[in-house]
Structures are given as C-alpha cells and as structure tokens.
Write a protein that binds this ligand. Structure first.
Ligand code: NAD
Length: 327
C-alpha cells in the first residue's frame, strides 16, 4: 500500500486516480487535512482509504503508519503560493518544512524508506542557463522555493545516512485537467494563470492581472514551462516503479522543454474559449524569475518518461473543467 499525502489536492488527486486505474490490484491510503484539498476529487474505490489528518501531527501519523502496511510514500502535502510565501514566510516554513520533517521522522521511525517528493523548479531561482538541468545551481529567490530546497537537503541526508530511496520530482508549471472533465484545478484563492484567465473569460472576474511586461523576454512577460497534470501523475507512477526496482534516483525535472509567455497563454485561452480576456498590466511580483524552462533529459533516461500533452491540449482540458467545475 502507498501513502499519498495531500492526495485530495490538485496534482495529488490526479495522481491517485491514475494510480488506481493503472494498477488494478494496488491500494492507496490518502492523508489530507483538507486545508486546501477537496474530498470530491478522490474516486469511489474500495482500494482507497481516506484519512483527514495533518501530516505534522507526529503521533497521529505514527498511529496511521502502525495500522496500515505502507511501503512507499508520495508526498504532495504543502502550501504552494509563491506570492503568499513572500508575505507570510512563517506559514510556509511551518507547513512545508516543520510538518514535512515531522512526516519524515514518523516514516523513519516506522521503517518506511521509499519516498517520492513534490519539489519545484522554484528551487533554482534566476536561471543561469535555459533550459535548466538538475545540476543547475539552487538559489531560490522566494520562500516557497527555499522550503522545497530545505526538504530536498533533508532527503539527501536520509538517503546518505539512513539508506532511503527517494525521487524529488521538480515540477515546472502544473496545468490542465483530466480528460474526463471530472477533476481539475480548484485553489482558493486561485493564483495560477490559466484558471484565472478562464474565470475572466467566463465573466467571473473583470480582468486578468499580468505582473510585469518589462522582463528580458521577447514580449516582455514571464516565460514558464507548462506541464499537464496527468503527465505529472504518470511520472509519479514511474518514479515509484523505479524506486521499487532500482532504488534512489535523486532529483528529476518534470517539464516539456517548451516555454510559453504569459501573453502567449492568454492568447491561446482566448482562442480556445472564443471569449475576450481583458488584461490589466501590473508591476512585477516579488520572487518571480523571468524564464523557467526545463531540461527533461534525466526524466526520459531514468524514468522512461516523456510528456504526452501539448500546450493546446493542456488549455483545452483546463477550459473543459472550468466550464463544468464540480468543486
Ligand atoms: N501546482 C504547481 O504548479 C506546482 C508546481 C511545483 C510543485 N508543486 C507542489 O506539488 C504539491 C501539490 O500541489 P497542488 O497544486 O496540488 O496543491 P494543492 O494545494 O491543490 O494540494 C496540496 C494538498 O495538500 C493538503 N495539505 C497541505 N498541508 C497539509 C498538511 N499539513 N497535512 C495534510 N494535508 C495537507 C491540502 O489540503 C491539499 O489537498 C505541493 O507540494 C506543491 O508545492 C506544485
């Protein structure tokens, strides 16, 4: 049985759905405190157990681990708003690091040594070269990225000193929704570009705020590497298989290698929705690097993974979800 922390969240729920359909005999234990997640995002399955719990509750987690045969963990639970982490660092250190380390300790004490971690491209900071590979210098320029860096350092130590096998998957920008239209992205407040653009297209917001059009990029807006949430989910399945068959793999980027600017995304959202998306230009946001694009050679070589969804499909699935959101 695998333990999935934060499995009721956006990426976690897509992973749980994929995992259960890909492995028809395997079981999943989801632990989520529902601070951000949605119980409805999880499928009805007799191979799924859901427990509402804070991963930072050490004795609660020890109890859960002693009563379920967990042999590997996929750890999604964390807070993930870059902007918020800059104004409320304490909230991020407490949940992403203090609670994260408490979970690692509970696992260690329960003899669980296999771990897949949701890391982030925010760990790199301002790019020295583009695209970035995993050896790129790690100098996060926001607190959120720093919390991911701290957790990765702890995992290096657990691997070296205590023989853990882990994979830290450094996602670039997760986007899109499941093709079924049944699950998708639902953050409150929403801070991600594509859902925000579609909320403007639907008239739920007056205009889309774009932070900075004076970056050193062709159209002046930030460039990001958008990766479909199901491509991320597949990579987690492959990471678990790798850990089980071969052990440690360290840090691995998950991105497409194709960067798209904020303006390009907004234009595609207009085409896909057939609606106007008025934009308000605002000053740059603290902690936003101009360009983040992945080199994904390691994911291909080590996991045998490559992304299946292109940018248009990402945006089409997001639009399908936005029009019929269940939560
Ligand atoms: N969304 C992205 O583009 C992106 C990019 C890089 C990395 N990540 C990382 O991926 C992971 C998942 O991101 P997401 O977009 O699905 O976020 P999300 O907020 O939708 O999901 C996180 C889930 O964790 C739960 N959670 C948070 N703290 C918890 C705690 N202490 N105990 C139990 N449950 C807790 C929340 O209730 C939520 O269901 C996060 O670790 C995030 O930092 C996300």
């Amino acid at each position: 049985m695998i333990l999935v922390t934060g499995g009721a969240g956006y990426i976690g729920s897509h992973f749980v759905n994929r995992y259960l359909s890909r492995y028809p005999h395997k079981q999943v234990l989801v632990v989520d405190d529902l601070a951000e997640g949605h119980r409805e995002a999880l499928p009805d399955s007799n191979r799924l157990i859901f427990i509402q719990e804070d991963i930072g509750d050490y004795s609660g987690m020890k109890k859960i681990l002693s009563s379920h045969p967990v042999d590997a963990v996929v750890h999604f639970a964390a807070f993930c708003y870059v902007g918020e982490s800059q104004v409320n660092p304490s909230k991020y250190f407490r949940n992403n690091v203090v609670n994260g380390l408490s979970l690692l300790h509970a696992l260690h004490e329960s003899a669980v040594r296999r771990f897949v971690f949701s890391s982030s491209c925010a760990i790199y900071g301002n790019p020295k070269v583009v695209p970035m590979d995993e050896l790129h210098v790690r100098e996060p320029i926001n607190v959120y990225g720093l919390t991911k860096h701290m957790m990765e350092q702890a995992l290096v130590a657990y691997a070296e000193k205590s023989g853990w096998s882990y994979v830290a998957l450094r996602y670039f920008n997760a986007a899109g929704a499941d093709d079924s239209g049944r699950i998708g992205e639902s953050h409150d407040p929403e801070t991600h570009l594509i859902p925000l653009a579609f909320q403007v297209a639907q008239g739920k917001r007056e205009r889309l705020e774009v932070y900075g059009d004076d970056y050193d990029t062709p159209d002046g807006t930030c460039i990001r590497d958008y990766i479909h949430v199901n491509d991320l989910a597949n990579a987690h399945c492959l990471a678990l298989e790798h850990i089980q068959s071969q052990g440690y793999a360290g840090a691995i980027n998950l991105g497409t290698t194709n960067g798209a600017s904020v303006k390009e995304i907004v234009d595609l959202c207009k085409v896909v929705s057939g609606k106007e998306i008025p934009v308000k230009m605002s000053p740059r946001r603290d902690g936003d690097p101009p360009r983040l694009v992945a080199n994904n050679e390691k994911a291909k070589a080590v996991l045998g993974w490559s992304p299946e969804y292109n940018l248009e499909k990402i945006i089409r699935t997001a639009w399908q979800w936005e029009q019929n959101r269940r939560y």
